[in-house]
Write a protein that binds this ligand. Sequence first.
Ligand code: K1U
Ligand code: ZN
Length: 174
Amino acid sequence: MKRPILIHPDPRLKKAAPPVEDISDELRKLADDMLETMYDAPGIGLAAPQVGVSTRLITLDCVKEEGAAPRPLVMFNPRVIAASDERSTYEEGCLSIPDQYAEVERPAEVTVEWLDRDGTLQTEDFDGLWATCVQHEIDHLDGKLFIDYLKPLKRQMITRKMLKLKKERARAAG
Ligand code: K1U
Ligand code: ZN
């Protein structure tokens, strides 16, 4: 089942999410819904707070090559346990901030630890777009958006555009 994605500004996107205590069937269903919502958007990542659920769960799939097998990842309680000194800059977007893109600098490589849908602890090194995306999604769990890395004026400009978009959408929905 597809879920609606919250649009910035929304207080639910600014709140730090509590850790998952027990990976229940309900949370596995939420993960499946998030993957469906992410692929449909389309996006390469999604965090539970973006669908209005305050819990530490993210999904991602950064396979971009035409015809390549998808690699859907579901991460409960993900955390960066090591980050490279080397940094890389990527033009980021966000499904909660539609059609706005900006360059953000982050560690180029990160090691991430998480629980998979069976509750098994996983550890993996990520680089390139995967590293950028997993850091962007973990930021969502801490109530942080990519625009928080931008200069205040640029951030305000984007926020004003989003307020306008939300008003237009509300009017169209009647
Ligand atoms: O968290 C999100 O809002 C999802 C976001 C993830 C992300 C994108 C770019 C850099 C870092 C993190 C998106 O998926 S925005 C859409 C997007 O980038 C995309 C969509 C289709 C194909 C390729 C990219
Ligand atoms: Zn985002």
